[in-house]
Design a binder for this molecule. Structure first.
Ligand code: SF4
Length: 415
């Protein structure tokens, strides 16, 4: 919701590059050949993602699986979700649940209630579990927050993106800075963790604008902040505007300065930079996203949702019509699937874990993948250490500050 698609809350989507082939027979979904509960977390899912594709407006930069023209199908979609989740056949206790989108809070309170009832039945949250919902500042009413919190939600991820009117206009966001303040005041009345999403590198934006966004975000006292550089995803309206030179991307050096500014600004306010794009106060990391970065297993339900169960990756159809038709007919909505070889899986684990400030711990990596880290990437790691992009203390490998700025290139080199 409200982010460029590099966001790893959409790890289901960002890892799609590893899904190279379409199933000949997508009916043969493995979602429901479930591993046993005593299997390790990279095989047995303890996390679930649920996708709600509805948005009030399809923002120009967004290439998520969303729709702004089918509100009349919201109830039918919830019927389909209930059918898809019920294919589990037996309730599966979860440590983390993440309802994302789209805009989950575009649903009405009674619809949210229905959704939460299904989640409670099939994906009961373990004691102490994390239950996140993405929300837009615009349209998040007290009635919706009450329903969500009563239904077990304890973390809100708000698609703020900016406090600057010009930036919000370029991004086609439908809220004002004042709306964010009101929503924060509302959420603070409930026992929930609050995360703010911000975007930098928007056409016309200056480092000064970005500093002001960071300052205004921190003034609201969030527990967690995610910052994303704007990306021009092929096919989006923003991408087309760029093709026609109607918008001018921010200079790379300026974007880098913005990234470094966020690092310094948020660290100065006591936030831990625990993943390339994510910052948390102590104890407030997003545990659900940490599942993706550990390359552990997770369920995924809904249009375009991805899952990783027992070593098999699957993605549901991104077509609302296909998703509804298949699921309501009792069939899986799987569109693409792939089982990675052990070595491919190990390389993917390496790429994902390197995003974390904790980096890759060699003994844990061996236990997780069956491979010695150095056996699959020893020379590349040494090269990046020499370039000052990685730190290697013999046990753990992690990105340096400069490495974080060039993370995509470092990770590409390792793959
Ligand atoms: S509000 Fe909807 S369309 Fe806009 S960025 Fe978020 S998910 Fe995409």
């Amino acid at each position: 919701m409200g982010r460029p698609s590099s966001k790893v809350a959409d790890a289901p989507f960002t890892i799609c590059h590893v899904i190279k082939q379409r199933d000949e027979n997508p009916n043969q979904s493995s979602q429901h050949s479930l591993p046993k509960a005593d299997e390790p977390p990279w095989s047995n899912p303890l996390a679930a993602y649920i996708h709600i594709p509805f948005c009030a407006h399809h923002c120009c930069y967004c290439d998520f699986a969303v729709t702004d023209r089918h509100d009349h199908l919201m109830d039918t979609y919830l019927d389909a979700l209930a059918c898809e989740i019920a294919l589990l056949e037996t309730p599966r206790p979860m440590q983390t649940i993440f309802i994302g989108g789209g805009t989950p809070t575009h649903l009405q309170p009674t619809q949210l209630q229905r959704l939460l009832q299904v989640v409670r039945t099939w994906l009961p949250l373990e004691a102490g579990g994390e239950f996140s919902v993405e929300a837009n500042p615009h349209g998040l009413t007290e009635a919706k927050v009450e329903v969500l919190v009563q239904g077990g939600v304890n973390r809100f991820s708000l698609g703020v993106q900016s406090f600057q009117p010009a930036k919000l206009k370029t991004l086609e966001r439908d809220h004002r800075a004042e709306d964010v303040e009101c929503v924060l005041a509302l959420l603070r009345r409930f026992p929930v963790t609050i995360s703010l999403d911000l975007i930098f590198g928007v056409p016309g934006e200056t480092v000064h604008d970005w500093r002001d966004d960071l300052r205004q975000a921190l003034a609201l006292g969030p527990d967690h902040v995610s910052t994303y550089g704007l990306t021009y995803e092929k096919g989006t309206r923003l991408w087309k505007q760029r093709q026609r030179q109607l918008v001018q991307p921010v200079d790379e050096d300026i974007e880098l300065a913005m990234y470094e500014l966020a690092m310094d600004f948020l660290a100065g306010a006591g936030f831990e930079h625990y993943e390339i794009s994510n910052y948390a106060l102590p104890g407030c990391r997003c545990r659900h996203n940490e599942v993706y970065w550990a390359n552990n297993a997770y369920f995924g339900f809904g249009m375009g949702a991805a899952r990783y169960v027992a070593g098999r990756r699957e993605v549901n159809s991104r077509s609302l019509d296909t998703y509804l038709r298949r699921v309501l007919a009792g069939q899986p909505a799987t569109f693409q699937s792939e089982t990675l070889s052990p070595e491919e899986s190990a390389r993917e684990t390496m790429a994902l874990q390197l995003r974390r400030s904790d980096g890759i711990e060699r003994p844990q990596f061996k236990k997780r993948t069956g491979f010695e880290l150095d056996a699959i990437a020893g020379s590349q790691l040494a090269r990046q250490v020499e370039r000052g992009l990685l730190l290697d203390d013999g046990t753990r490998v992690r990105l340096t500050r400069r490495g974080k700025c060039l993370a995509d290139a470092v990770i590409c080199d390792l793959l």
